[in-house]
Design a protein around this ligand. Structure first.
Ligand code: WQD
Length: 354
């Protein structure tokens, strides 16, 4: 079975490619390398020993996207490509609407033209409205994104439903990620944010390896047991495996279905900081800072639907998340930075990892 992975060079993408290859799938990767490098894919090849095609294609470039579909008999698409920074989406919403929504529209048009109607879409828990009380968020929870990034994910979900309503041949699974963290157990691939990380885990990792002096905890006055924000952190390998369960489920029925990918457990900033200290044996300096605009007090998933219908559940705990994040950061203090390889020309180029 041949799977096209859009955004396959990214953090989630590289971990997904490893799981697909190790489970016998043939893959074709497209990426515009706007926030990633070839190095991550080279290491996917190193981890799995498997070769695969990579094309330097922007989803807005319909001509070259069609070339990829004409070169390969694609059975299913896992669509990860998209910008995902809440902060950046607030300062530059049009960049997010253009890239995330128009890119997905182009992809779906080309899929339709080549009669490929099997799709797994990477959505996000940011589509949900903030919860009023400390309770697990199910797929039935009201939607109400509070930032342009979340708006693009919600609009794409609606668009996919409309596409199915117009052509019931489509089989679509929408995966709402909670907080993906950690890295592959090899320490070869991991989260590679540009500049100062916005998210907790990569920031904590850089403090632990001494690349940053201290953690700023954004608010300790939330209505939570220790006053800091609570999130549902999920190991990126568990998240990647969830895509394979969704892919398998596509073959069982048409239609559109939505699943939370989380652990069902919430941990506070302090709890994660203490876990990092326990796993690494290091003291992590921190300062209490004002709340960050747009943050919610708590967010954790009801994951029963994915377990019942996909047969999937997360198995890795916060000790593995911290251990693997630290191993990646320790082995790669500058991420892939030192080996940042950008394809030379902006056109379809096939990197056959032979
Ligand atoms: C987690 C907690 C912060 C950094 C993000 C994106 C969203 C989604 C998941 C893709 C919060 C606190 C953080 C720091 C801190 N990704 N924190 N100091 O905001 O829940 O969601 O990742 O869909 O795009 O919004 O994750 O890691 O930024 O924050 O105290 O330096 O850590 O206040 O309580 P978030 P996060």
């Amino acid at each position: 079975m041949k799977v096209l992975v859009t955004g396959g060079a990214g953090y989630i993408g590289t971990h997904l490619c490893v799981e697909l290859l190790e489970n016998g799938y043939e893959i074709v990767v497209i990426d515009n390398f706007s926030t990633s490098t070839l190095e991550g894919l080279r290491r996917v090849r190193e981890i799995t020993g498997k070769s695969f095609h990579v094309y330097y294609v922007n989803l807005l470039d319909k001509k070259n996207l069609k070339k990829v579909f004409s070169l390969h008999q694609i059975d299913s698409v896992i669509h990860l490509a998209g910008y995902k920074s809440v902060r950046e989406s607030t300062s530059d919403p049009m960049k997010y609407y253009r890239n995330n929504i128009e890119g997905t529209m182009t992809l779906c048009e080309v899929m339709q033209e080549f009669n490929v109607t099997s799709l797994v879409f990477s959505s996000s828990a940011t589509v949900y409205a903030p919860v009023e009380k400390y309770e697990a968020i199910s797929e039935k929870h009201p939607l109400g994104p509070t930032n342009p990034y979340g708006h693009t994910k919600r609009l794409i979900e609606e668009m996919l439903r409309d596409i199915f309503d117009s052509n019931t041949d489509w089989c679509i699974r929408i995966l709402r990620y909670f907080n993906p963290v950690g890295a592959h157990k090899s320490g070869l691939i991991g989260e590679n944010p540009k500049g100062i990380p916005a998210n907790l885990f990569p920031y904590l990792s850089k403090v632990v390896v001494g690349k940053l002096p201290a953690l700023f905890i954004y608010g300790d006055d939330y209505p939570t047991p220790d006053g800091t924000g609570i999130r549902d952190y999920i190991h990126v390998t568990d998240l990647a495996k969830g895509h394979l369960y969704a892919l398998h489920n596509l073959s069982s029925s048409s239609g559109v279905n939505v699943y939370n990918l989380g652990t069902g457990k919430g941990y506070s900033v302090f709890e994660m900081l203490r876990e990092f200290e326990s796993v690494t044996g290091k003291i992590i300096p921190y300062l209490i800072a004002p709340r960050r605009k747009g943050d919610v007090a708590f967010s954790f998933a009801d994951v029963s639907k994915a377990k019942e219908e996909l047969g999937w559940e997360a198995t890795r705990g916060i000790d593995s998340m911290c251990h693997d994040a630290w191993k990646w950061q320790r082995n790669n203090p500058n991420g892939y930075e030192l080996t940042r390889i950008k394809p030379l020309k902006k056109e379809v180029m096939s990197y056959d990892w032979l």
